[in-house]
Each structure stands twice: as C-alpha cells, then as structure tokens.
Write a protein that binds this ligand. Structure first.
Ligand code: UT7
Length: 331
C-alpha cells in the first residue's frame, strides 16, 4: 500500500544543469564497436552531456540546486534540509549534500545523500514530502546529481553508450493552496543486487592493483537481465500504485519515467494503456542520468511551460538494488 495519501506538500521550484560538452552516438562509434543506429534503435539515445575533467558531482548539484531555489523564491537560509540523490558522489564521505549545503551557505539546514541506484531521485522526493508533511522540515532542497563519466568504462560498449552527466533539483515546501503528493510507493528486490554494481574500492573489494586490473572500479550492468526485470515488474507495479491511489492510469496527465531506455518506457506505456503524448521523454538528449533523470525531465517540462494547475504527474524509477518506486503528485 502507498505510504501516504494526499499530503499538502508542493513542488515550489525546479532547476537543472547539464555540462555543455556533448558526446554523440557518432563520437561513441569511434571509441567502441557500436553505431548510431544500434544505440538509437535499442535505447532511443542520440546524445549525452559529459562533465569536464575534474567537474564534480557537488558542482553540478550546486548549479541545479541554486536554480531551483531561485525558482522557488527562497534564500538558502530558509532551507531546512538538503538531500542529494546520487550514485556518483565526489567521495564516499563526506557526502555530496553536506558540500552543497556548505557552498550554498544554507546555515540552518541538515544534509544527507540518498544512494539507492537510479531510484534514488524518487526515493528522496517521497522522503522529503513525508518529512515536510510530518513537520520535521519546512523547505527541502532535493537534488538528483550524477557525474558518472569517471566511473564508466569507456571501452565497454554494454554500458558506455547509456549514461550521461547532469543534475536536476526541486524545492518542496508546505502547500498553500495547489500542490499535493497523492501517494508514494518505494520497493526493492534485493535478491537481484548483482544486476547493476560498482564493486571496487570498498569492503567487499578493497582497492588493490588487482581490483584496478579487473576493472572493478567501473559501473557493471547485466543489461538484458535488467531490461527483463523492469519489463516484468514495473507495469503491474504502476497499475497497483494508481489503483492504491484511487486512480486509473488514464487519470494520470503526465508520466515521468526514469530515462533509461525508450523501449522500456514504450512497452510500459503500452501495457498500461497510456497514450504516448502523456509520456515525457528526453533521454534522446541526455541519456540515462541515473538519480538525476526524473528531476531533469521535470525541470525541462517546467521550462517548456507545460506545468499547469490540476495536473497529475507520476514519477517512477528503477535501478541498482534492484530498487524501484513511484510517486504521484497533483499540481
Ligand atoms: O538505469 C538503471 C536501469 N538500467 C536500465 O534500465 C538498462 C536496461 N537495459 C537496457 O536498456 C538494454 O538491455 C540495453 C540497451 C543495455 C541492451 O539492449 P538489449 O536489447 O538488451 O541488448 P543485449 O544486451 O541483449 O545485447 C544484444 C547484442 C549483443 O550481441 P550478440 O551477443 O547478440 O552478438 C551485444 O553484445 O547487442 C550487442 N551490444 C551492442 N552492439 C552494438 C551490446 N551493446 C552494444 C552496443 N553497440 N553499444
């Protein structure tokens, strides 16, 4: 069952930042044995934005966070909590969020990272809404930020064509009028924890010459297993999430899927009977930005002037763990 219903918490601002540098499918076809045609047909991705060498996750997060704060009309001292959803933190500790909180000068805020695969963005949005609804916090800055490029193996065509760097952010605040989170459901199937991993450098595989030689310091993914898992689990999960919220899939105005693969999104939409015009897609431009993807999608949607009062938006993601989840928000 969805863990809350109709909490008066509003998205009061959105923002995003992606690095200027673009890597096209053509560029990749000169780096590994792949082609523009294969990548487009299998994933829908055409381009992705890649951070400059040395550009940190905390830096891209800060830029998106500042934009969201400005859109919300808040100053950093009004923020009670900074959450950063990321799978590519600058360092294991400190987290990215404390660095961002410090750079913002959000002197009254706490800060922590949410790291649960690509679902981290949806997890953190739900957590922030629940925290505001229960009175722990008032204004929460939630940022999804990834600089995955340094931890992607650029010789592995199975993964390197998929990912991009970037950040998106939302400010959540108590609602004064419009805006409420209708429901959230966060799940995991940890029996499949070996499907997407970054195995090197910690307790299981402490850094050594061997772990470097064995390429354990890169993202690994059993792509086709993930593909099958998501196709099997996500459509019925989303139907259940809607039903638990007293809605049918047709009553959702806009669907914001984790931007992993256009084929996954289209299959899910087909199984749920969702019209393609209600599905927001921007993975063609940004690739899979992991925890940042739903925030970047929402931010672009807002920038395009498409966010209107009375809309129901559904955000859903899936990723390493295997975690998955969904949140329904009414504007
Ligand atoms: O964000 C976290 C969640 N992640 C996802 O949702 C990713 C889910 N998985 C996928 O999106 C898809 O599985 C991929 C796009 C990663 C791969 O597509 P697929 O249709 O599942 O392909 P596959 O892995 O079954 O591979 C089919 C063939 C293989 O060749 P053989 O064995 O049939 O000769 C691969 O070696 O395609 C080959 N291949 C490539 N060929 C050209 C794999 N990557 C590439 C490539 N270019 N980049």
């Amino acid at each position: 069952m969805a863990f809350f219903k109709g909490v008066p918490v509003a998205i009061s601002g959105t923002g995003m930042y992606v690095p200027d540098r673009v890597l096209t499918n053509e560029d990749l076809s000169r780096m590994v044995d792949t082609s523009d045609e294969w990548i487009r047909e299998r994933t829908g991705i055409r381009r992705r934005h890649i951070a400059e060498a040395g550009e940190l996750t905390s830096e891209v997060a800060l830029k998106a966070g500042r934009a969201a704060l400005e859109a919300a009309g808040l100053v950093p001292s009004e923020i009670d909590m900074v959450m950063v959803a990321t799978n590519s933190p600058d360092t294991l500790f400190p987290g990215v969020a404390p660095k961002v909180q410090g750079m913002l000068g959000a002197g009254r805020a706490g800060a922590f990272d949410v790291q649960s695969g690509c679902t981290s963005g949806v997890y953190s949005m739900a957590l922030a809404a629940a925290g505001i609804a229960s009175g722990i916090w008032r204004n929460v800055l939630v940022i999804g930020a990834e600089v995955l490029s340094p931890i992607v193996d650029w010789t592995d065509r199975n993964t390197c064509v998929l990912f991009g760097d970037g950040a998106g952010a939302v400010v959540l605040s108590p609602s004064c009028g419009n805006g409420r989170f209708l429901s959230a459901e966060l799940r995991s199937d940890g029996t499949k924890h070996d499907q997407i991993t970054f195995p090197g450098g910690l307790v299981e595989n402490p850094a050594s010459h061997e772990t470097v030689e064995q390429k354990k310091h890169y993202v690994t993914m059993k792509g086709n297993d993930v593909f099958k898992f998501v196709n099997r689990v996500i459509p019925p999960f989303l139907r259940e999430l809607c039903e638990d919220s007293g809605l049918s899939p047709e009553e959702i105005d806009w669907w914001f899927f984790h931007q992993a693969n256009q084929r996954i999104i289209e299959r899910a939409a087909e199984r749920l009977g969702i019209a393609s015009e209600k599905v927001f897609i921007n993975l063609d431009e940004y690739g899979n930005t992991s925890a940042a993807s739903v925030f970047i999608a929402l931010s672009e949607f807002v920038k395009q002037g498409r966010l209107l009062p009375g809309q129901r938006l559904l955000f859903t993601a899936f990723g390493a763990g295997m975690t998955y989840g969904g949140v329904i928000y009414e504007t």
